[in-house]
Each structure stands twice: as structure tokens, then as C-alpha cells.
Design a binder for this molecule. Structure first.
Ligand SMILES: Cc1ncc(COP(=O)(O)O)c(C=O)c1O
Length: 442
């Protein structure tokens, strides 16, 4: 057997064992895609599969790797806390979590106090619970086409079929389409789905039900990239103030990819609460919840009947805290955003030109280093625009052809592309060259 054959046989064995031992054959079923590639290494802008093939990565594990895979400075910080015998003491305060909390509060002006979890889903769950405790109400409003994690309170389908939600409606809520079996009816009844960029529907639901919170991504980034219309985010906060509800911005994807202050910093607004994750620790597990002092203080309310439980054996584990501190310091103190602007500018402009030259309709939607190519006439404003107009077949075929040629976009239509600080001008040139080779033959 030569090296290539040995590698192929190893990959085959891993796939076989995966099917034998893991329910569904892959951990986190959102990762179940075709082609199913076994990756074994990630460094900078590149990932490598078990057969030794190299890819320029635009998936970034659903977006956390803002600095690239295995950034040396972040790894060094992690290795240092291990060498210094930091441990998960699980008792009292530790110095790293305090340093991290301070950095977070200094970075995002709306965060007067923070708490730390291991995932974005935990953070959205805590934010919703806080809003219920604060308001004494139970109903919640979520946006169509958004994703906020896997738990019951947010368990609506991200990309339901048109037949399930019906035509676009205004001043009304959409039918609830679950993302999972096993969601109690009692939980479904409390969730109200309204269109993104539609303040009128939020107000209608607020008049109809006692609403605890409006939870939305400030930019919809789980169906590509759909930015908020002018005034939409401020409008949500104003409505929440008027009706006594809590505004929660889910910045798990937008946070720190857009800017150090999150997308809310760019929009110049301050939600009551916000949730961060992913890029905050450049690929190490972390979720953050933060916001107004008086609401966050419910985590330690003197009255036990008002106190909101936050607990987690591994919350602010020193390894993750060290990674997040290093990441935030790099984002704050170095030229990450400038470099990203440069490489993204080059990538986006040339992709647009390339499709023009080919005569294939494409709009490139972007939010800083996150982008999505929609194959339709106009940038979508909501999920209906995507479902009605996007060329899903072309999208998937294009992604798979790029993967074949060593450019990795996850093979799921409309998933965002993520550029990292590790992507060099040469990476972009190579990406463009391959993209054109693929496109011109389609
Ligand atoms: C906007 C948004 N919120 C929450 C989550 C959940 O985060 P996690 O997967 O860390 O639980 C995600 C994950 O993709 C997300 O994109």
C-alpha cells in the first residue's frame, strides 16, 4: 500500500467506526453533510483531511475561527495556563474569569455585567429565563430564519419550507415549525415567530400576549446574511421599552466578527441583554451573556423567588477563558479588522465581477468577514425572498465543485462563508482562480 492508499483506508475505517459507534455517524447532527470528509488538522486558513488533501477553509466550523485555526498566540495562552497549573477549581472566583469579564464589559458598551457559559445555546437559554424572571411573563418573540440554539425555547426550524409557513404576512405571526421532535406543546405555545425586519408584527404580538422578550440575531446569519433595515434594531428596543419586555440580541455569530463592540456597536444601539459565543474564543467553547445591571443582578437576587439559576461545572474553564482573553486582546490591540477588510474587499469584488462575466445572477451579501452568495436578482430581506428566489441547486452544486478543488464551503445551501485573519492575499487569489475554473464550466 502506498501512502495515499493507506490514508484512504484509514479514512474508510474512521467512517465505518463512526457509523458503528456514534448515533447518526457524526457528533452534532448539524455537521451531517455530503461529502462527509474526515478532517484531521487545521492551521491558519487551511484544513486537511485524512487523505492528506488540503483545503482553504471558508466554513470555519460554523464561524468561530475568526483568527484562523490554531492561532499561535491563542494556543500559547492556553498552553501557558496549563503549564502554570491552572485548574478547574470549581470553587470561588478565579482570576482568569474576572479578567475576561472585564475585557468583555470594556469591549461591548451594553454589557454592564456578564456571565459565562460553554455554548451559545446555554447563553440564549439563560437570557430568556432572565427575561421571564424580570418581567414575570412567559411568551417570547423570535424571528423567522433565525437560529438561537437547540433548546426548547428556541426550537423553531431555521429554514422551513414555504409550504409550512405559507406566504409572507404582515402584522401577524407565522405558524410554529419545530426544529426537533420532542418539544412539549406547552413550550411551543409560548413561542411567537415574526418576520425579520418587521416591527409591526412584533407590536401585534406584544398587544396580544404578555411578552417577556424579543430575541433575534441582529443580522440573520444562519440563512446566509440578511442585515437589519435602518431603524429595525432600535425599533425592537423601543418596542420592548414601551411594552415592558426585554430585547435580547443574539450576537453568537455577529459578535466580534463585525467589530469588537459587536454588531450592536456598528448599529449604535444597546439592547437590554446580549449573547455572544463562537469568535469570542476563536474556536474554544464559550458563551457569554451580558447586559443591563439590574436584569443581570437577578442571577444573585437576594429574594430567592426572583433569583435565576446560572450554573455549569465547566463555565469559564481556564483553558477556554485563556483562549477568550487572548482572542479579545488580539482583536483589540492588533490590525485584525483592517486585514479582514482588505482581503474581504478583494474577495467580494472579484467574486461579483466573475459572476457578471459568466452571466450568472449572483448577489453577494456581506457583514464584514461573513458573506453569502445568493443566486437571485436582489439581496434577500427575509426568508421568503430566499425560499422564493434563491437557486438552491446551483448553490449546492457550486459548493461541492469547490470542495472538490480544495476550497471548503460547507455543502449546505445559504450557509455563510467566513473569512479569517489567517486568510492571506494569496489564499484569496487561489480561491478566485479555482472559483473561476469551476464557474466557467458550469
Ligand atoms: C446565532 C446563533 N445563536 C446561538 C447559537 C448556538 O450556539 P452553540 O452552538 O454554541 O450552542 C448559534 C450556533 O450556530 C448561532 O448561530
Amino acid at each position: 500500500m502506498n501512502i495515499k492508499e493507506r490514508a484512504a483506508s484509514m479514512a474508510g475505517q474512521i467512517t465505518q467506526d463512526a457509523r458503528k459507534y456514534i448515533a447518526g455517524g457524526v457528533v452534532s447532527l448539524n455537521r451531517k453533510v455530503e461529502p462527509n470528509i474526515v478532517f484531521v488538522k487545521g492551521k491558519g486558513s487551511r484544513i486537511y483531511d485524512s487523505e492528506g488533501k488540503e483545503y482553504i477553509d471558508y466554513h470555519a466550523a460554523f464561524a468561530p475561527h475568526l483568527l484562523g485555526h490554531n492561532d499561535g498566540r491563542v494556543n500559547e495562552a492556553v498552553i501557558q495556563v496549563m503549564n502554570e497549573d491552572h485548574s478547574l477549581f470549581g470553587s470561588g472566583t478565579n482570576a482568569l474569569e474576572v479578567k475576561l469579564a472585564r475585557l468583555l464589559c470594556e469591549s461591548v458598551p451594553s454589557m454592564e455585567l456578564v456571565q459565562i457559559t460553554n455554548t451559545g445555546s446555554e447563553a440564549t437559554a439563560h437570557a430568556i429565563r432572565l427575561s421571564r424572571a424580570w418581567t414575570g411573563r412567559e411568551h417570547i418573540i423570535l424571528t423567522l430564519g433565525g437560529y438561537n440554539g437547540w433548546h426548547n425555547d428556541v426550537s423553531r426550524a431555521v429554514m422551513p419550507a414555504l409550504a409550512q409557513i405559507g406566504p409572507r404576512i404582515r402584522a401577524e405571526e407565522y405558524p410554529f415549525v419545530p426544529s426537533s421532535a420532542g418539544i412539549p406543546e406547552s413550550a411551543k405555545k409560548l413561542i411567537h415567530i415574526v418576520n425579520f425586519n418587521d416591527l409591526e408584527s412584533i407590536e401585534v404580538v406584544m398587544k396580544r400576549y404578555p411578552v417577556a422578550c424579543v430575541l433575534t440575531e441582529p443580522v440573520l446569519q444562519n440563512v446566509g446574511i440578511i442585515p437589519p433595515n435602518e431603524g429595525y434594531l432600535r425599533g425592537i428596543i423601543d418596542l420592548c421599552n414601551r411594552y415592558g419586555a426585554v430585547s435580547i440580541f443574539d450576537e453568537v455569530k455577529t459578535g466580534f466578527r463585525s467589530a469588537l463592540g459587536g454588531y450592536q456597536g456598528i448599529a449604535g444601539v444597546k439592547p437590554h441583554l446580549s449573547v455572544f459565543g463562537k469568535a469570542v474564543a476563536n474556536g474554544f467553547p464559550m458563551g457569554v451573556i451580558g447586559g443591563k445591571k439590574e436584569i443581570m443582578e437577578l442571577f444573585d437576587a437576594p429574594d430567592p423567588s426572583r433569583r435565576v439559576l446560572i450554573a455549569g461545572t465547566y463555565n469559564a474553564h481556564p483553558v477556554n477563558a485563556a483562549a477568550a482573553i487572548a482572542t479579545l486582546q488580539i482583536l483589540r490591540d492588533t490590525n485584525v479588522y483592517k486585514h479582514l477588510d482588505n482581503v474581504c474587499g478583494k474577495l467580494y469584488a472579484n467574486l461579483e465581477q466573475m459572476f457578471l462575466k459568466k452571466g450568472k445572477t449572483m448577489v453577494l451579501a456581506r457583514n464584514a468577514s461573513a458573506f453569502c452568495m445568493y443566486f437571485c436578482e436582489k439581496a434577500p430581506q427575509d426568508l421568503h425572498d430566499i425560499l422564493l428566489n434563491h437557486d438552491f441547486d446551483f448553490d449546492l452544486t457550486f459548493r461541492k465543485a469547490l470542495i472538490n478543488r480544495g476550497i471548503y464551503h460547507i455543502p449546505i445551501a445559504c450557509k455563510q462563508g467566513s473569512v479569517s485573519y489567517a486568510h492571506s492575499e494569496e489564499d484569496i487569489d487561489r480561491t478566485l482562480e479555482v472559483s473561476w475554473d469551476v464557474l466557467k464550466n458550469m
